[in-house]
Design a protein around this ligand. Structure first.
Ligand SMILES: [Zn+2]
Length: 64
């Protein structure tokens, strides 16, 4: 794909997001269990991947 057509660097890095967090990694997300589909609101400061599903004890994933 063409990249340098005179507009400078292309990409989503000019928004002042520090720390390398994806834009969706903010409040308001959900954690979802990849095994059984259980969802719960994401708890701030607690990565979904460190939580386990209350139903089947699998590690949760971040959902949008
Ligand atoms: Zn589960």
């Amino acid at each position: 794909m063409p990249r340098g057509d005179g507009t400078g660097p292309v990409g989503g890095r000019g928004r002042g997001q520090g720390g390398g967090r994806p834009s969706w990694a903010g409040p308001g997300g959900e954690c979802v269990c990849p095994a059984c589909g259980y969802r719960e609101p994401h708890e701030r400061g607690v990565p979904c991947t460190e939580k386990t599903c209350p139903k089947c004890s699998a590690f949760m994933m971040r959902a949008r």
